[in-house]
Design a protein around this ligand. Sequence first.
Ligand code: NFS
Length: 648
Amino acid sequence: MTDETLKSIDKATTELLEKAKKDEIGTVFSRAEQIKPCPVGLEESCCKICAMGPCRLPRTKKALQKERVGVCGATIDTIVARNFARRVAAGVASHSDHAREVAETFIKTARGESQGFSIKDEIKLMEVALDFGVEIENKEVKEIALDLGGRVLEEFGRQNGELRYVRKAPLKRQEIWKKFGVIPRGIDREVVEIMHRTHMGVDQDYHHILLQTTRCALADGWGGSMISTDLQDIMFGTPVPVLGSINLGVLKDDEVNVIVHGHEPLLPELLVVASKDPEIKALTEKVNAKGVNLAGMCCSANEVLMRHGIPCAGNFLQQELALVTGAVELMTVDVQCEMQGLQSVAECFHTRLITTSDRAKIEGATHIEFHPEHGFDTAKKILKLAIENYPNRRHEVYIPEYSQDIVAGFSHETINYLLGGLFRASYRPLNDNIINGRIRGVAGVVGCNNVRTIHDSGHITMIKELVKNDVLVLTTGCAAMACGKAGLLVPEAASKYAGSGLAEVCETVGIPPVLHMGSCVDNSRILIAATAMVKEGGLGDDIGDLPVAGAAPEWMSEKALAIGQYFVASGVYTVFGTTWPTMGSDRVTEHLFEEYEDMFKGMWAFEPDPVEGAKLMVSHIEKKRKALGIDKSRERVLFDMAMRRAIE
Ligand code: NFS
């Protein structure tokens, strides 16, 4: 017998797990009990890239390094590096294919060919246009957008040269990348090259494979993800702080519940508008429902929360449990992080699962493809299906009574404004407070949930430890949602959880000690925030000099590896929890964990215990403070008039 209450620190989750167990509904939690991870795969000591294998080369007490070679002679180092490279490439491909979809919709919008979309943030359009070298003088908004869209699409298929956004990085950083030859050319090219180089009998030097892995990852952080964030901001508005609510308690017993799950905010944006349409409202009344209750799941939730305050139903491990409430009429899914198990849970209830992307179908689910040309009609069609389904509820509805207030929407632009004011927006107050030691440093804690750990526990334990140590935390993705549920994303959290220095700064500015910066592609906002800290001055001249660190304590997806790799390559010390996928090779692990520090000033670390992970991050931050000469705590002296005159 297993105790469901031990599987998550979130009560809504454990209550529904108990219900699922009672009703004999399988979820990711129950399946994880049946399937134990393969120990050989766990350390990536298995090669199956040709049909002479698979070659299983586990680390055993007896096996010597020289004996651990595949049939073709590939060493364990080559095998582990190749596996790692392919996983990073899959992550990069996912983020950049998301970006491509957004870019194509952006172009159709500029041409007036999309339905329901517009250019909302013209200031950001101008900024990004300038980044891409678009001439903006005496040109119409649509003309600028069209020019920009064309240039953005070139980023994917470019064969030579450099990605445009690379130039946004600090100059020192660009020099490091140049030195190691890792500046990405075109996004697709870097992914394709990994697939080629890791084919049987091609690149067989782990250092060399990992350099291409780095180049590919940079094409995500300073390419695909940054493109997604910027174009989404232009089309849907750059986020500003917004009050929302989170957890499964946001579902409503007497309303038509529609959950948008996935990653691309295109259709979700239109569902937000369509849910307010008079025709939809009238139909809702007809079925005696009080309204349409739109809620988000996973990164789509972050997108619509940040821009519209739409409630968040939950994060990755809660997706099936949302359906176990019996209250969900319809769930849309597009791409990424959507478990196939959703369909079998949906079949236990009246819930309709709708796949919407031409790239992703789920057997048994209804496919209603989204195309921007008639996007709004599709959004309405989907809502009508949901409304029609409301009278079909056939089980008793059980909605856990947990939901929590949450403030989200801390884009780079907003942080700049909140710290510096409208007319002198700047990161100066942040840098000053880091220099005077009230804030020790900044940490990005991001990423997934993983059923092999206690749901949400890694995130919350690590983040509480960091803020207690006066480290300001920036968060995105499922980590951000965990924080929301635990009450860390409200300004009051500062006095409750933060050390005295950080609390003082947060209270003065009126911000929480943990800032929700968006979805997983919005990790690019963290890169821009770090760059802004460098450019503000006083903390060195490269991201690698800053007292900052990153972490993904509950990671599980290949995208998380891509993100980690681009953070490391951008100069950030990055700690991952759960498992580490190069454990099969000491040399590969040493290369990424130690030698990368000399090369990129950023390196990986693995620590499954979140408190220990936080300690590693704090000690890295202290190491950087020392190197900057700001490690001595400064006496705070109250100046009297005589002292002031002496300065003048
Ligand atoms: Ni990102 Fe992980 Fe998925 Fe979003 Fe959540 S699981 S890597 S946080 S929803 S992408």
